[in-house]
Design a protein around this ligand. Structure first.
Ligand code: 6R9
Length: 647
């Protein structure tokens, strides 16, 4: 195996140029913890334009799950993302659109963004949408998805973006749960050369949603669609009839901004509700500091608007900071797996933010596709969504970043609104695989299963002491569920659902969801740790590990391994991998079974669905549960056919 560094100190050069350096981080962090209300009041004044000041900075009660920030303060999020930049940036690019086909791109200036958002806001008003109403947005990754979100924010409507890859059933459930009466969609989406019938999906979903009276459809491909004259509105046909001026609605800081559905370990997806003031402050501030965004830079986050990362770090955070944000319609592997780097070269991207799963997929396809594109504009690389295994980290650092870009790991959740733990560039050393240190105002703690707070070097469950402005406020329509899910386990703390360890230097390492923790012969093991070990092997592209009941050890270790393209799976490789894990983590961690799998079951946001893998490893095939949210349901059949049946 290669010799790899486990810690990269902040370079003196980086320290001079970043917004935050190590000393400043210490000093600001200290203040944010000792005098949180003073700290957050200063930040709120600096980052956000308010119509009216707040009465109280924060009111937080974890016994009842009642949380408010800047109550009584008035603002408008779309004003903060657009209007206030116009005096100096009307002609600056707000959005660079890069289409699915590499020849398809255009730019949207802040003035154009303003006009487009206002027109759509006016259209929504004429369809009867007003403050507090819920609007469902089911769109491909085109600028109009941003216009739609901001148009809602402008008039005080609450948007609920449903990922464009979700099926009819998911749309229906979300429209009904939030009681949306308007849906904004497109005729079709285009991704990786394939068409997605968005309008047809909406039509099918709405058969059971009688309260939806308006569907606004953006034409993306011009395909013929079914039409209901009373209900359906063609965006392109009508939009220019609306004024490019629409007075922003004055919103209380605690008025809802959006709902975003997310799945937990149990039950149907929860409608995570975020409010205006705290959310936009937290999104803007983290975007500026965590990505060290400097005026004029080109910033690209590859997420989809249907996920929280798209909300906070494609649209709200960057636009609140007057940044140029790239909106990408396609996928990293179309027309070939060099697409990301080709786009970086073409648009001179400075900051690139993606997920480890994408990094691992691209890593498996070789370095040539990276190296043939000029990446000299890139100075910062980010990751989000899951722990990054050190092997992928090193590839990202050395091959993509040519060993001269900071890598910023960002740990957070739909529920947290923005990044909570990170290796702040220029301020916090980089340790491959570690999420890093808390952002300003964030007080993580590690507790044992029983709820004892562990000090110093520790391993346990990650909770948060106290609140931060970007925290979710409730589960839409079910406050009790909000309390039960996050505040009932450990009194006085927000429970993240993740396991973590804190090392001697105070860095946090996420070990994965609590439900993915294995107990093998009394040893606690994060499945992520075993996966990291497996992918150290040069022939391994990706690995997913689950536990299964084992008579003697409690749990056994079952690994699904995807090999680099062109590699054959022989028995000797199984033994090599078992030995590798045993070497990396200890003999107790030696995998019992390794199944070679050409593909892993992933949600459309790229998360591996371990539930399915666990069932297959347990040979419990009758009860695989819902597989309809998988990006590619056919991988499941292959996994079943090639499973290792054990006694
Ligand atoms: C932003 C987002 C949240 C869960 C979270 C954790 C995992 C996210 C991570 C990470 C390790 C990181 N997660 N970022 N684990 N390192 N940098 O992904 O939100 O979709 O709600 O997922 O993702 O397990 O609890 P969401």
């Amino acid at each position: 195996m290669k010799e790899l560094l486990s810690r990269y100190p902040v370079s003196p050069q980086a320290t001079q140029n970043t917004h935050i350096n190590a000393d400043k981080y210490q000093q600001m962090y200290q203040q944010s913890i000792e005098q949180p209300d003073v700290f957050w009041a200063e930040q709120a004044e600096q980052f956000i334009d308010w119509y009216k000041p707040w009465k109280q900075v924060s009111e937080v009660n974890y016994q009842t799950a009642d949380i408010s920030w800047f109550k009584g303060g008035q603002l408008n999020v779309s004003y903060n993302c657009i209007d206030r930049h116009l005096a100096s940036k009307a002609n600056q690019t707000a959005i660079i659109f890069e289409g699915d086909e590499p020849t398809d791109d255009f730019r949207v200036s802040y003035q154009e963004l303003h006009d487009n958002v206002c027109r759509l806001a006016n259209l929504l008003k004429t369809r009867g949408v007003s403050k507090g109403d819920r609007v469902c947005i089911y769109m491909p990754m085109i600028p109009e998805v941003g216009y739609a979100m901001l148009a809602c924010a402008r008039i005080g409507a609450v948007h609920s973006v449903v990922f464009g890859g979700f099926s009819t059933e998911s749309i229906k459930a979300r429209v009904l749960d939030a009681d949306c009466q308007v849906v904004i969609t497109a005729d079709e989406g285009v991704r990786g050369g394939k068409k997605i019938p968005l309008k047809a999906n909406v039509d099918a979903a709405l058969v059971d949603c009688p309260d939806v009276h308006s569907v606004i459809m953006v034409e993306r491909t011009g395909v013929e669609v079914n039409w209901q004259d009373q209900r359906d509105v063609n965006y392109q046909e009508v939009i220019n009839h609306y004024e490019p001026m629409c007075e922003p609605e004055m919103m209380d800081a605690e008025d809802p901004l959006f709902i975003l559905y997310t799945s937990g370990s149990t039950g149907k997806p929860k409608g995570v509700l975020h409010t205006c003031g705290g959310y936009i402050l937290y999104a803007a501030m983290t975007h500026k500091y965590v990505f060290d965004y400097q005026e004029g830079e080109i910033y690209w986050c590859t997420a989809d608007a249907g996920w929280i990362t798209g909300h906070s770090y494609i649209f709200y955070g960057p636009l609140a900071n007057g940044a140029t944000t790239l909106v990408f319609e396609g996928v990293p592997t179309y027309p070939d797996a060099g697409r990301c780097w080709q786009v970086c070269e073409k648009h001179q991207v400075n900051i690139f933010y993606t997920a480890p799963t994408a990094i691992r997929a691209l890593m498996g396809l070789g370095d040539e596709l990276v190296e043939k594109h000029d990446r000299s504009s890139i100075r910062l690389l980010g990751t989000v969504g899951e722990p990054i295994n050190p092997e992928a980290w090193h590839w990202y650092y050395e091959v993509v970043g040519q060993s001269c870009c900071s890598i910023v790991d960002t740990w957070w959740q739909t529920e947290t609104g923005g990044i909570l733990i990170t290796s702040l560039p220029g301020a916090v050393d980089m340790k491959p695989g570690a999420a890093g240190k808390p952002f300003f105002g964030v007080k993580p703690a590690i507790v044992s299963k029983e709820g004892d707070v562990l000090e110093g070097e520790a391993r346990g469950r990650l909770v948060m002491t106290g609140s931060w402005p970007g925290q979710m406020r409730t589960v839409y329509g079910d406050h009790q569920r909000f309390f039960d899910t996050y505040f009932s386990q450990y009194t006085g703390y927000y429970f993240t659902g993740d396991g973590a360890k804190r090392d001697a230097d105070g860095f946090y390492w996420i070990t994965g969801r609590i439900d993915d923790v294995l107990n093998v012969s009394g040893h606690r093991l994060g499945t992520a740790e075993i996966e990291s070990a497996l992918v150290l092997h040069p022939k391994v592209a990706e690995a997913a590990v689950v536990g299964y009941p084992h008579e003697i050890k409690g749990q056994g270790i079952y690994c699904y391994v995807t090999l680099m393209s062109g590699v054959d799976c022989q028995q000797s490789l199984t033994e090599e991998l078992q030995a590798l894990v045993a070497d990396e983590l200890g003999r107790f961690a030696k995998p019992d079974y390794i199944q070679f799998a050409p593909g892993l079951p992933k949600t459309r946001s790229g998360k591996i669905m371990r539930r399915i893998l666990r069932k297959i490893a347990e040979n419990e095939l009758e009860n695989l549960g819902d597989t309809s949210t998988l990006a590619d349901p056919s991988v499941v059949k292959d996994l079943i056919d090639n499973r290792i049946v054990h006694g």
